[in-house]
Design a protein. Structure first.
Length: 187
C-alpha cells in the first residue's frame, strides 16, 4: 500500500475526488494546506489528518518547507499529490522528494502555465483546452509529463470550461495515481 499526502490551497474538490475514488493500492494519509480553506473541511468530513503551514508563521520559506518535510517523513509518505496547491515548491523540497511529487494543471502544458490557466486559455481564443498531470520539478508547472487529455469544448465560457476541466481531472488524476502506485513508478 502506497501512502499519499495531498496538498491543496482551495476548494479541494480534487482532494475529495481522490479520497472517494478509493484508489486501489493507495491510502490518503494526510492533507497539507498553505491556508485555511475548504479542503480542510473535506479532510475533517472523511477523518483524514490535516495540517496547515502558513508562510507568515515561518521566518523563511526554507523553514516552512523543512517543517512540512518532517511531517511527511514522520508519516512515511510515498507520494505527494498536488491538487490545487498554489505555491511553488523550492528546489530543496523538490530534490528532497525527487520523483515523488506530482501535480495536476488545468491546461495542455506547456500552454498556459501558472495561475488562472483557464482564463489564459479563454483569452487566447484558440480553444486549446486540456488537463495535464506531471512530475514536479523546480519550475512553475514544468517537469516530465505523465498524462495529458484534451477537454472537448469549443466555446469561450470560463465557467463552463472549468466545469468540463474538473470532470476530466476527476477521471484522470485517480487513474494516474493508481497507475503510479501499481507500477511502482515512484522513485
Ligand atoms: C484544479 O483545477 C487544478 O488543476 C488547479 O487548481 C484547481 C483546484 O481545484 N491547479 C493549478 O492551477 C495548479 N497550477 P480544486 O481545489 O477544486 O481541486
Amino acid at each position: 500500500m502506497r501512502t499519499l499526502a495531498v496538498f491543496a490551497s482551495g476548494n479541494g474538490t480534487n482532494f475529495e475526488n481522490i479520497v472517494t475514488s478509493r484508489i486501489e493500492g493507495a491510502s490518503v494519509e494526510l492533507l497539507v494546506t498553505d491556508k485555511i480553506c475548504n479542503a480542510l473541511n473535506i479532510a475533517r468530513q472523511y477523518g483524514i489528518e490535516s495540517c496547515t503551514f502558513m508562510r507568515k508563521d515561518y521566518e523563511s520559506k526554507e523553514q516552512m518547507e523543512k517543517a512540512i518535510a518532517s511531517v511527511l517523513v514522520e508519516k512515511d509518505i510515498d507520494l505527494i499529490v498536488l491538487a490545487g496547491y498554489m505555491r511553488l515548491l523550492s528546489p530543496w523540497f523538490v530534490q528532497r522528494f525527487s520523483g515523488r511529487i506530482i501535480n495536476i494543471h488545468p491546461s495542455l502544458l506547456p500552454h498556459y502555465k501558472g495561475k488562472d490557466a483557464i482564463g489564459q486559455a479563454i483569452e487566447d481564443r484558440k480553444r486549446i483546452y486540456g488537463v495535464t498531470v506531471h512530475y514536479v520539478n523546480e519550475g512553475m508547472d514544468e517537469g516530465k509529463i505523465i498524462e495529458q487529455v484534451t477537454v472537448p469544448y469549443d466555446g469561450f465560457d470560463a465557467v463552463e470550461l472549468e466545469k468540463r476541466v474538473h470532470e476530466c481531472e476527476y477521471e484522470l488524476y485517480p487513474k494516474v495515481i493508481a497507475h503510479l502506485c501499481d507500477q511502482g513508478d515512484i522513485q
